[in-house]
Design a protein around this ligand. Structure first.
Ligand code: ZN
Length: 258
């Protein structure tokens, strides 16, 4: 079997599009723009075999139509988001099995950022493609879903093995970690991570992928039940009742205005 690789394709200001390939065939995740994908396919002598989408936002699906003009391939996407080009609608528990490149994705429903948002988990390689749900150091905005939905979605992702690589769709890490530090000032793992990720950015390197283990230690949105985070929310006068959903909602609201 050929070894598989994940290629990072930057697009727009801060998006990452992902090409998973075996040196010959490639599947793309969230092609918001076709041009950089077509260029990366050409540069790496790859042929596109499948398109996977996590949710309906234009910066994740905007390139699908143009890619279909160059490659007649299946388009996978969430059943509950409105993505016209999707040919295979997916629900939680579905498996996307691709022959070339050889991949098996488990579909996880992660509503919150949009109502139909899904994530793709490749168990054999320990890869998670989670769109705008879990970010390095943060989480997506709640455009359509409720805090309860997003908290439950993030809980599902946090339950994956610690060494799972998290391929999120944006380079928001530094601003996320600055918020993380405000939300949990005593957490030395956040301070340490800030330095490590800043060094990557200074060298123009992506901070993505991260890992579930690192997110559990440093991402306030996976730590909203921690006493230190709840105490900080109280100290900032942003929380009276400490049930998990209220704390999560207060945290997300604080980040919106941070
Ligand atoms: Zn989005």
């Amino acid at each position: 079997m050929r070894a598989l690789n994940v290629l990072t394709v930057p697009a727009f200001n801060d998006n990452y599009l992902w090409l998973i390939h075996d040196g010959e065939h490639a599947a793309v995740v969230d092609p918001g723009d076709a041009a950089p994908i077509l260029a990366a396919l050409k540069a790496n002598h790859l042929s596109l075999t499948a398109i996977l989408t996590t949710h309906h936002h234009a910066d994740h699906v905007g390139g699908v139509t143009a890619l279909l003009q160059a490659y007649n391939v299946p388009v996978y996407g969430p059943a509950r988001d409105r993505i016209p080009a999707v040919t295979r609608q997916l629900h939680e528990g579905d498996v996307v099995a691709l022959e070339k490149p050889g991949l098996r994705f488990h579909v996880i429903d992660v509503p919150g950022h949009t109502l139909g948002h899904i994530a793709y988990y490749e168990q054999e390689h320990g890869w998670l493609f989670c769109g705008d749900t879990l970010f390095a150091g943060g989480c997506g905005r709640l455009f359509e879903g409720t805090p309860a939905q997003m908290l439950s979605s993030l809980d599902k992702l946090a339950a994956l093995p610690d060494d799972t690589k998290v391929y999120c769709a944006h380079e928001y890490t530094m601003s996320n970690l600055r918020f993380a530090q405000a939300a949990e000032p005593g957490n030395s793992a956040i301070t340490e991570r800030l330095h490590i990720e800043q060094a990557k950015r200074d060298s123009h390197l992506p901070t993505v992928p991260s890992s579930i283990g690192l997110e559990k230690k440093t991402n306030p949105f996976l730590r909203s039940r921690e006493t230190a985070v709840i105490n900080q929310l109280r100290a900032e006068n942003k929380l009276r009742e400490a049930d998990p959903v209220t704390a999560f909602a207060a945290l997300r609201e604080w980040k919106n205005n941070f």
